[in-house]
Design a binder for this molecule. Sequence first.
Ligand code: GLU
Length: 274
Amino acid sequence: MRATRTAAAGVLIAVAGSSACGLDGMERPTVAHKHSLVIGVKADQPGLGLKRGPDGGYEGFDVDVATYVAGRLGVPKSRIRFRTTNSSVRESALGSEVVDMIFATYSITAKRKRQVTFGGPYYVAHQDTLVRADAASITNVRDLKGKRICEVTGSNSWRRVVEERRIAARPVNAPTYGACMDGLAAGRLDAVSTDDLILAGFAAGRGGKIINAPFTDEKYGVGLRKGDLEGCELVNRALTRMYQDGTAGRLLTKWFGKSGLKLTTSVPQFEGCS
Ligand code: GLU
């Protein structure tokens, strides 16, 4: 009897360790009180989320911010597993519990908020446009009319041009921003329009010209399972601290100090957990 009771208590503790109770009494997964975390990041975005070789680790600003936040949630680096999470699978990876959190140049949008709870933003990027170094005819987002731009599946950047700004560009599909850069180099695309941090990371290694005509605010959120408000509050507390203790400024300089971008080192206005 005693053994049974102890075992049952153990199960209860294990469940309590990874879930929170909703108002309806249902257990909900949360990133609070977890022993280990699986964190979704990008794998081919230099400076943000880049996987070094098949057996290598991940590196970049998103990876460092994720490591800091996980640490504040009580999970050291040794108990984090990073997992490649492309733009097309971010919502499904959270929903199906393949990942616990996402730090992957993931802009907070009204549409995504219906499926995802967002902590942060931990940074506000701005959409800009990268062209080949010899292209002179594109100096503003409106010049993308009739031009072949990259459409990454699940990403919002091409929509900002074609749907929000109603500019009649010609989107060409690609699975990732790394593939967009290949397409630009090979002449299959005229421009890659997306977040300035992403473009700066690529331009540092692969060249090209950022036209320096930013036209949006991209609030980089921490993707959490819909309803994980407890986790979201803890994440926001960690992000506030990351700015207050100087880590955010240090990480921005580490990854983008040479990019020429104007870096913001004050804590962004949080969206609020919902
Ligand atoms: N930040 C934009 C988005 O969330 C573009 C980058 C990306 O897809 O990761 O859609």
